[in-house]
Design a binder for this molecule. Sequence first.
Ligand code: P6P
Length: 338
Amino acid sequence: MSQRVSLTQYLVEQQREHGLIPAQLRLLIEVVARACKRISISVNKGALGGVLGSADTENVQGEVQKKLDVIANEVLIEANEWGGHLAAMASEEMDTIYVVPNRFPQGEYLLMFDPLDGSSNIDVNVSIGTIFSVMKKPENGCGVEEQDFLQPGSQQVAAGYCVYGPQTTLVLTVGNGVAMFTLDREQGSWVLTQENVQIPADTKEFAINMSNMRHWAPPVKRYIDECLAGKEGARGKDFNMRWIASMVADVHRILTRGGVFMYPWDKREPNKPGKLRLMYEANPMAFLVEQAGGAATNGLQRILDIQPGQLHERVAVVLGSKNEVERVTAYHREDAAL
Ligand code: P6P
């Protein structure tokens, strides 16, 4: 890619050519991208910045927060609250929604985010990331409330993540394919490094936490057993396995070279449909994956069709190379029909 295209230029051209990014949405995306730059600076300081380790607090999920979880959340709130593009925000790290204070103008968008996903990897220097999802506030003429966020993922107008790895890369969709921007630290700018990202329909690579095998439902066990049987088994080919335990890093690999990612229901907590959160992990990742030609289900249903019942609800996730996701989903449907 000879000429360097900035994030701003990309967004302006998407608006000019496709009318997909009204001014307020462009401002929102640029503000989130700037916040991710700030988060990457804190992440990259590590021990030198005194940002490693626990914050000695718990989030709504009952998880001990890392210092960087809290820092990243504060950066995103402070960056987005004054611009006039948002009505409210929701975060994995906050119990309830954050309504833009009255001292600032309210906008028409709702922003949801996992400010720092994979934070168990922070202290061991493994890639982590920020995941975000954007929807429009329903035009109901009154103030904004939690109920306004409870829209199916198909209502997203934009979604993306920033992966803080060997490169800092912003991955974005506004509904017209997936583009990747790499942070040029010398210029402090996001540079378009890939567009029209396409996930291969087939793969030989699966991502799942194998330590949970004894807790899986039969369709998951069947699929993984077939992968492990390799070329002598039903699939007739050998498979590779990866599990980074940072959804952002695993999904980035799948967007880059294909694969299937699974965090299924398991019997450790049978009342929970899965570990991952629907609104600010599964929905944005499902939007990106589908925009790149892949598929995303909860084993039975398209993730983007799921009607949320609560802000922090969880969901089982199977996403990535279309033909593999369809196979896993078919196994679940066969099992459900028994
Ligand atoms: P486990 C990180 O905590 C996360 O929410 C996802 O990013 C990741 O895919 C998953 O949990 C890892 O879970 O049970 O393997 O540690």
